[in-house]
Ligand binder design. Structure first.
Ligand SMILES: [Zn+2]
Length: 242
């Protein structure tokens, strides 16, 4: 199956245009109908950017773009006819630094990036500045040969911004399942008397059975930036859950 058909079968964004009068001499000739479909990296950026509410400034270009033969067309010079290779996006604060961090991480794959523009600078896939640009927003151009490549670029930028990128996931101890919630849970024990530690909150408490479980709970709370201290209380409250 040709790449464009595969991309259509995946449900990627599609459309068509007629090459406008006044176009450059690059094929196709003015008046030609061009059906296009978003390359997979462009589609993935569309989906991920939408999820995070990052403004999409477009994939297929306006008349001025269509008169030329760049990546915001379905007839980009040197690329596969009928596939769109570029998307424009407004990244949130810190997005440029996060993107450059990813590109400069040796084992993070960015080989599908032809180049990108942001804040009036142009960079290659490795995050090396190669020139200036008229774009303030993020423009990503995809390299030929990566029409079908699935990417996680915007998910990873989001994770870098959140401080969770490549952070190991701490497993959730089963006691939270018994309690039925995570946010609002805290560790308590009686100030005097019984040294048993409880995970408590929302009118419930579950008994922590040993030090190993306590360590696991505290690791998990810290991984969520929650207080992991065992707080002394005068009275234990809440229904005991088993
Ligand atoms: Zn652009």
């Amino acid at each position: 199956m040709a790449e464009a058909d595969t991309l259509r079968s995946r449900g990627n964004l599609t459309g068509s245009y007629v090459r406008p009068a006044g176009s450059d001499s690059w094929p196709p000739a003015p008046g030609t109908l061009v059906r296009w479909v978003a390359s997979q990296p462009v589609q993935d950026m569309l989906n991920q950017g939408k999820r995070y509410g990052w403004a999409n400034l477009g994939t297929i270009g306006n008349k001025l773009h269509l008169q030329k033969h760049g990546d915001h067309t379905g007839h980009s010079g040197g690329k596969v006819r009928g596939i769109v290779y570029a998307k424009d996006t407004v990244l949130p604060e810190g997005g440029k630094a996060a993107l450059l961090q990813l590109c400069r991480t040796p084992d993070y794959p960015t080989g599908y990036i032809d180049f990108f523009n942001i804040e009036h600078e142009q960079y290659n896939f490795a995050g090396v500045k190669v020139g200036g640009s008229g774009d303030r927003h993020l423009h990503v151009s995809i390299r030929r040969g990566h029409e079908l490549t699935r990417i996680t670029l915007f998910d990873d930028i989001k994770a870098v911004l959140a401080g969770t990128w490549r952070k190991p996931v701490v497993p959730m101890p089963g006691i939270f399942t018994r309690l039925g919630f995570i946010d609002g849970a805290s560790l308590v024990k009686l100030r005097e008397g019984d040294p048993t530690v409880w995970l408590s909150g929302r009118g419930k408490r579950a008994r922590v059975v040993n030090m190993e479980e306590l360590d696991a709970i505290q690791d998990f709370l810290r991984s969520r930036s929650m207080d992991d201290a065992v707080k002394p209380v005068d009275v234990l409250t809440g229904t005991v859950v088993l």
